[in-house]
Design a binder for this molecule. Sequence first.
Ligand SMILES: Cc1cc2nc3c(=O)[nH]c(=O)nc-3n(C[C@H](O)[C@H](O)[C@H](O)COP(=O)(O)OP(=O)(O)OC[C@H]3O[C@@H](n4cnc5c(N)ncnc54)[C@H](O)[C@@H]3O)c2cc1C
Length: 399
Amino acid sequence: MMRDSCRAFVDDVVLPFIKHNWQREWSMTPEDRLPASILEGAEQIGIRTLGVPEEFGGIELDRTSEVQTFAIISEEIARGDSGLADKLVQNWKVAVLLRNLAPRHLQEKWFKRLLEEPQFLLAHCLTEPRGASDRWLPYNVPEAAMQTRAVKDGKHWVINGRKQFISNGYDAGLYVVYANTNPKVGMMQGTSSFLVPRDTQGLTVARCNETLGCRFMNNGELVFEDMRVPEDHLLVENEALGKAAVYFRPGKIIQASKNLGVGVRAFEVASEYVQNYVQGGRILLKHQAVALRIADMATKVEAVRALLARAARAVDENAPDADALCNMVKLFASEEIMKVAQHAVELHGGNGMMLDFGVEKLLRDAAIFLHMDATTDISRLKIVKSMFPDTAGKYAGPE
Ligand SMILES: Cc1cc2nc3c(=O)[nH]c(=O)nc-3n(C[C@H](O)[C@H](O)[C@H](O)COP(=O)(O)OP(=O)(O)OC[C@H]3O[C@@H](n4cnc5c(N)ncnc54)[C@H](O)[C@@H]3O)c2cc1C
């Protein structure tokens, strides 16, 4: 039922909007790119505030298949636009984190705001100018720790530093920020997480990054200068990275499923084109080289879908191989769907390179997935580390 209502929303609202307003993603005024009505539409079909517990007014999914449901919905939304899907899934992922880690009175306060304001967004801030790969691995020594520092001062924490490449960073109302609280130990023992409302003094949204794809999600950069947050806004002290598995595992599944949505759309537009566009007196599909590419695209899409279903179930069941599987599917989807999108633009010939034709957007959107939630190389290293924890290398620094 949810797949159907998401599909109808995408077919009736999102795809026509993108088709008739293809210039909008290139507006250099980030707030003007996506009209408010699109997030209001997401609200109407009940997918904007997934992850918020029912007792706070949210729509709660069956926890035994929650991640599998997230996967279905994010695939469908990304089939329409993966930037829009990015905007929404950050809300779900951070809501899951808050319901697990935030004190009750802060859950009451922020879930209420999220429910009341259709444009309200959440963001999750880990990456810094000194890199993110060390944190994904993680390379657990003091010299690789976060540069953003939090120091306790009476009943407040004082945070200094900066974060970059943050999804929804430009327009979120509430941020989860990770900072070093013990420089003498590795990041698994010395990183804490905090809730930071947008209007906190000392927080500056420094810029909106102009990304290659997923442009309807406004990716931003944040600076913290003597930013004071009350002590109850501490989510996890020192062991925040380990406790964030409730965010990271569904996160990888959602990345892969958004990525699948881009692939499904690339396959749809390519199959439509090759069955209508005529060259050499025949529709393209009758040319065998074209047929082979279509078969290749369909096979890749189905292979990603199959691995995704297995990995999402493993996360829902907290299976021992869930960690390896969710990294595998995130990695596999990013590389396979990139090839699917490449076939799609190549099958469109010159039209595939024209902005107003709309197919090149799928290639740009697909390219983003190679870099989100860890690079492909780091994902490979994580897979090996989770399969062979005792013998795999540290991959950085001394043995
Ligand atoms: C669209 C988008 C949205 C994002 N959203 C968020 C978000 O919401 N929150 C957030 O915190 N971050 C976010 N990120 C950041 C993302 O997680 C990082 O860009 C990614 O993890 C790579 O980190 P980096 O850019 O610092 O690259 P670096 O870590 O500087 O890596 C550069 C290159 O070196 C390689 N490398 C680095 N270290 C090693 C090593 N030890 N061994 C082998 N190879 C290595 C990498 O594979 C890569 O090829 C987002 C990024 C993008 C593009």
